[in-house]
Design a protein around this ligand. Structure first.
Ligand SMILES: [Mg+2]
Length: 279
């Protein structure tokens, strides 16, 4: 017993000494290093390291494969050929080192100019399970359509083809890549594909990848529209996680690529604390 009391006494003494040496002990204090305050840090630590993040991709592609297997089993003679439609970035391709670079540069929102430079470097990697799922589709006669809103000017298509080819995805050609530079509305191209295909699932990291009706800057409306469609998730829509960018950012800021100002950091903090306990 004496030994334990001694240990407790030593621990208490150490804590008292520590709290005296570090005035902020037990309290929050602003960091002197701006990078440590970067809004992207928690999201990117998760993307870069969490097995849970990567498992969500496997979960999504496993679900998508189940939907394709079901469609194959139910396919009637003479029916339209089966197809899947997928978004590209943060769905099939991951850009973790782009985001890591942004944090190192002290930037904490998506940066278009850096993105364009990064895309040209051909550094994207396949998301976990993406290649296997796409190969399963092709092996079973299911067509793949890559639909993206990327815009790197006249080079957009070539850069996207390079990125998709670099990771070894199948069916990477101009017939299967649809680039929407002028609009983020994917419904028109979905409709075109549906004219001669039965589309089994849509895959994306942004609700706008599924339907235009989600293109709302009203945060509450976006939440309620999603709830109206709850039956479609995991069935028609396969959603992948993205805590760094997307239309959810636009719903907060009115801009999906807000400038890295203190006003915007404050707006983000308000979003993070819209529900906060007041003891
Ligand atoms: Mg995306």
């Amino acid at each position: 017993m004496r030994g334990e009391v001694k240990v407790v006494g030593k621990v208490l003494a150490a804590l008292i000494a520590l709290s005296a040496a570090v005035p902020a002990f037990g309290q929050s204090s602003p960091s002197s290093d701006a990078n440590l305050e970067n809004n992207l840090t928690m999201a990117m630590a998760w993307k870069q390291t969490a097995a849970e993040y990567r498992a969500l991709y496997h979960q999504g592609f496993n679900l998508a494969r189940l939907r394709v297997e079901l469609a194959l089993a139910q396919k009637q003679d003479g029916s339209l050929p089966l197809a899947i439609i997928s978004d590209v970035d943060e769905t099939l391709l991951l850009a973790n080192d782009y985001w890591g670079y942004l944090i190192e540069q002290g930037r904490d929102f998506f940066d278009d100019a850096i993105w364009d430079r990064w895309v040209a470097e051909n550094r994207a990697v396949a998301s976990p399970g993406a290649l296997e799922f796409l190969e399963f589709c092709v092996a079973n006669g299911v067509e793949i359509f890559y639909v993206t809103n990327r815009d790197q000017g006249d080079s957009t298509v070539d850069l996207a083809l390079d990125n998709l080819n670099a990771v070894g995805f199948p069916s990477v050609d101009r017939a299967h890549l649809r680039v929407l530079r002028e609009t983020s509305n994917k419904e028109q191209v979905q409709q075109q594909i549906r004219e001669d295909h039965e589309v089994v699932v849509l895959l994306g990291d942004n609700l706008n990848d599924f339907a235009r009706r989600y293109y709302s800057t009203d945060l509450e409306q976006r939440l309620s529209l999603m709830e109206e469609d709850r039956e479609r998730y995991g069935r028609d829509y396969i959603l992948f996680p993205n805590p760094t960018d997307g239309h959810w950012i636009r719903a907060i800021f009115g801009d999906s690529e807000p400038p890295p100002s203190d006003a915007n950091r404050s707006t983000l903090k308000q979003a993070a604390t819209r529900s906060a306990w007041t003891p």
